[in-house]
Design a protein around this ligand. Structure first.
Ligand SMILES: Nc1nc2c(ncn2[C@@H]2O[C@H](COP(=O)(O)OP(=O)(O)OP(=O)(O)O)[C@@H](O)[C@H]2O)c(=O)[nH]1
Ligand SMILES: [Mg+2]
Length: 316
């Protein structure tokens, strides 16, 4: 099998058998925007839609990776297969098949039920890579019951992770002044579960109280985000987080909200692909100097830019 002509069928079959190298290769094809992507997507489609996507966001250093590692342990105890996509992590993970060279491995590197992959965020700082939804599909297709997406909460990325996830965990820690700030930044609406991590530190009570009182002011909803306290570095509170995640999963199913979120997600994906395709065709159309020729006419006052744009679009 050459690098240039991947045997997509074999890779997808391998991924479904839990072969980490096949999973890694498929995610690489996604990252490289391989021409084989369409074939990959088509081959994966019948095998996707099962995984629960768990978004984890929060400010730098709040304990996202530590929490993810603790969640992996809890999920493995429940005999669930876990995938992890870390978007630009600055700290190492442990516990599973390393799908690439950007994340260092820890103590239980040989667990075949865990796939971990780090992805560079492209486009904007801290934001989710455009490739993340496709990589999610690979892990879903590879039979992961839960896929955790960790992204550092700066700017828009917590909103982005929430748009990808079925269930979004927002982490805060005492003493970082994050409780209030998080709420102000609109995080209140995206959090399905709040986690006050580093509960071993002073101020955890206050942060928890602040969050709870802010939540009482949120607009009424069928689902009220619970506030859970954890000491992720010691695994404390993690079972409680998993219990809330399970409750949220059940609520998503019974309320119809789960289907609604997935439809929104699929619609965004389709739009992004379509816009990308239009851009590419636009490039083809404009490539032969067509835009330059139109620009000359606009500069010469022979036509206005709207008419020129219409002409260009008309050639697509
Ligand atoms: N005291 C205490 N320290 C913790 C806890 N959880 C994590 N830490 C420590 O906090 C530091 C940051 O943890 P990470 O899990 O790397 O945090 P992160 O949010 O993934 O960080 P970035 O990916 O860089 O944004 C590490 O030194 C952890 O050991 C906790 O519950 N209590
Ligand atoms: Mg991290």
């Amino acid at each position: 099998m050459g690098r240039r002509t991947p045997d997509v069928g074999a890779l997808v079959a391998g991924a479904r058998d839990g072969d980490p190298r096949s999973v890694a290769r498929l995610i690489s094809l996604v990252e490289q925007e391989s021409p084989a992507l369409r074939e990959v997507a088509a081959a994966l489609a019948p095998h996707t839609g099962r995984a629960q996507v768990l978004g984890i966001t929060g400010p730098p250093g709040v304990g996202k990776s530590t929490t993810t590692t603790a969640l992996i342990r809890g999920l493995r105890e429940r005999d669930l297969r876990v995938g992890v996509l870390a978007v630009d992590p600055s700290s190492p993970f442990s516990g599973g098949a390393l799908l690439g060279d950007r994340v260092r491995m820890g103590d239980h590197a040989d667990d075949p039920g865990v796939f971990i992959r780090s992805m560079a965020s492209r486009g904007h700082l801290g934001g989710l890579s455009w490739a993340t939804p496709q990589a999610l599909r690979v892990l879903d297709g590879a039979g992961c019951d839960v896929v955790v997406v960790e992204t550092v909460g700066v700017g828009q990325s917590e909103l982005e992770v929430a748009s990808l996830a079925d269930t979004t965990l927002v982490l805060v820690a005492p003493g970082m002044g994050d409780g209030v700030q998080a709420a102000k930044a609109g995080i209140l609406e995206v959090a399905d579960v709040f986690v006050v991590n580093k509960a071993d530190r002073e101020g955890a009570d206050r942060t928890t109280r602040e969050l709870r009182s802010m939540l009482t002011m949120a607009p009424p909803s069928d689902w009220r985000a619970p506030v859970v306290r954890t000491v992720a570095s010691e695994g404390r509170g993690v079972d409680d987080v998993l219990a809330r995640v399970e409750e949220h999963r059940a609520w998503l199913a019974s309320s119809g909200e789960g289907d609604r979120r997935r439809r929104v997600r699929a619609a965004r994906e389709i739009e992004a692909i379509a816009v990308g395709e239009l851009r590419r065709r636009m490039g083809d159309v404009g490539g032969a100097g067509a835009v330059d020729a139109l620009a000359d006419r606009v500069v010469a006052g022979e036509c206005d830019p709207y008419a020129a744009a219409d002409e260009l679009v008309g050639r697509l």
